[in-house]
Design a protein around this ligand. Sequence first.
Ligand code: 1GP
Length: 249
Amino acid sequence: MSVKDILLNSEKKVAWLCDPDKTADQQLIYTAHVAQNAGADMVLIGGSHLQHNGLDHCIERIKSACSLPVVLFPGNCMQISPLADAILFLSLISGRNADLLIGQHVNVAYQLHQSNLEIIPTGYMLIDSGMPTSVSYISNTMPIPRDKTDIAVSTALAGQLLGMQAIYLEAGSGAALTVPLQCIKSVKEHTRLPLIIGGGINNGKIAKSIMLSGADMIVIGNAAEERPDCLYEIISYIKKTPFNAEENQ
Ligand code: 1GP
């Protein structure tokens, strides 16, 4: 099954986000086992700022430990590896930094075109989480204010009209405040693309409310890095929940 098919199916999905800088080999292999056994749907790999060039090595380790699809989640055009299965080809549509809207993409377009990677054009949107995050600093962009749901909806719609195949609402790695539920609800109501939510999701209760608000997939990074077994708790909470949007009102 392609990654796009997984994103489009009607199930609620969970991705483990692996930061190749922060995960030692043993923990990487352990977390990959846990992700698979807990019922995660895919592994994302990348980050807004990597200090080491360990991407290939990391993907090899993950693939030796689990059979989940590995999807690149690149912070820049250096984070490309042919060993992955797919790439979220992110355009930072909430920002006005031309390099992250189209510039980095031009740098890798030919390489991607020649590769076997499945390409998933994704509208990437930063939502303010109450304090500066690595991704807002590194990208040199301002996130969309938390209460400006109308701007988030218009931005996501613009992404859809431009031909994106998924929308990712990002609060930032380790965010104290996740993407507001009202923002998730409104973007979901007004668009028809798979909706991915990440940043600060660290327990089953939060994960469930985000799913009930309309997320199709949530991304768990920091929490799994600190305590890999939390994936069991979060995923079982989600997979056993009958998702009825009215429950969250
Ligand atoms: C960050 O959305 C991801 O890009 C995941 O965030 O590390 O806070 O889970 P966390």
